[in-house]
Ligand binder design. Structure first.
Ligand code: 0GY
Length: 289
């Protein structure tokens, strides 16, 4: 692994917040193990191994019922580690892959059978050489008939340029980590207001209210992220998802305790009715129906 790599928390505490029955961790990854599932040659980082056994142990420890496992850039478009984890979890996990445009229809069907329900387009320059949007659109057209959706990862500054493409997608679109707002600028900054307007004006757009540990400027307990996530959850309670982001790739400042992250949930979704939407109803509708 990279010399400055921070490995996931070895023994996160039990959260105080009791998750509702059937709660879904809708954003997490598996890394390797590299000896069995080598990392992609084109990767921009080399993480520690973080395999399916550790992920499923964390799921049970925190009190989640299910996971949505999202392909991370260190595995490129080689989804074997992800598919292997899905096959082990059975109905308790769904997946979001990165696709090579040459993927055959038979491979798409096999992925669907394994539990894949989405494809991720990653536009973060520090993680990938961003794919051309025409290529993404043609992949989206192929996966739409399967009932899959698109997950996108981009930085706040890239939203204006990507907006026409995102509007044109024929599937639901899930934006990772609230479109990475610049937390230091505050929730009234035009960039975040533009993001809220974009979600407001596009019914097919969902967002993950994830990664306070990644977005924060102040650090734990992430007070500075609360107003952003609250604004999103209040306005779009039926189009939000939550996830741990375990094993927290590329964290440089600190490694969060996953128990603390679960205890962040009631701060951004105070009512039990909304907590249920965020953690159960919404992910079940998108991934399990
Ligand atoms: C995340 C965030 C990151 C990494 C990836 O695919 C990835 O490598 O998504 C990041 O470095 O911000 O959601 O896992």
């Amino acid at each position: 692994m990279d010399p400055d790599w921070l490995c996931f928390h070895p023994n996160p505490r039990k959260p105080r917040f009791r998750l509702p029955a059937g709660a879904v961790d809708a954003h997490c990854h598996v890394f390797g193990p590299a000896a069995r599932f080598p990392f992609a040659p084109e990767r921009k980082y080399t993480p520690c191994d973080a395999g399916k056994e550790a992920l499923f142990a964390l799921r049970d420890h925190l009190g989640f019922a299910r996971n949505v496992i999202v392909q991370a850039s260190c595995h490129g478009r080689d989804n074997r580690a992800l598919l292997d984890a899905l096959r082990t979890a059975g109905d308790r996990a769904r997946g979001v892959v990165s696709l090579d445009p040459a993927t055959s229809d038979a491979d798409l069907r096999a992925m669907d059978e394994a539990g894949v329900r989405g494809v991720r387009f990653n536009f973060l320059r520090r993680l990938v050489d961003a794919p051309p949007t025409e290529e993404c659109l043609s992949i989206a057209r192929r996966i739409a008939p399967l009932g899959w959706h698109v997950v996108v990862y981009f930085e706040a500054a890239d939203l204006p340029g990507l907006e026409p493409f995102l509007k044109s997608l024929p599937t639901p679109v899930v934006v990772d980590h609230m479109g990475r707002p610049e937390i230091g600028k505050g929730p009234d900054h035009p960039g975040f207001r533009a993001f809220l307007r974009f979600v407001e004006n596009n019914d097919h757009v969902w967002t993950k209210v994830t990664c306070p540990e990644r977005l924060t400027v102040q650090g734990p307990p992430y007070d500075d992220v609360v107003p952003f996530a609250c604004a999103v959850v209040e306005r779009f309670p039926d189009r939000v998802l939550w996830g741990t982001d375990w094993p927290h790739p590329n964290m440089k400042s600190h490694m969060p305790d996953d128990g603390d992250l679960v205890d962040f949930i009631p701060r951004i979704a105070p009512s039990p009715v909304v907590q249920r939407k965020l953690l159960v109803d919404n992910p079940m509708r998108l991934y399990w129906s």
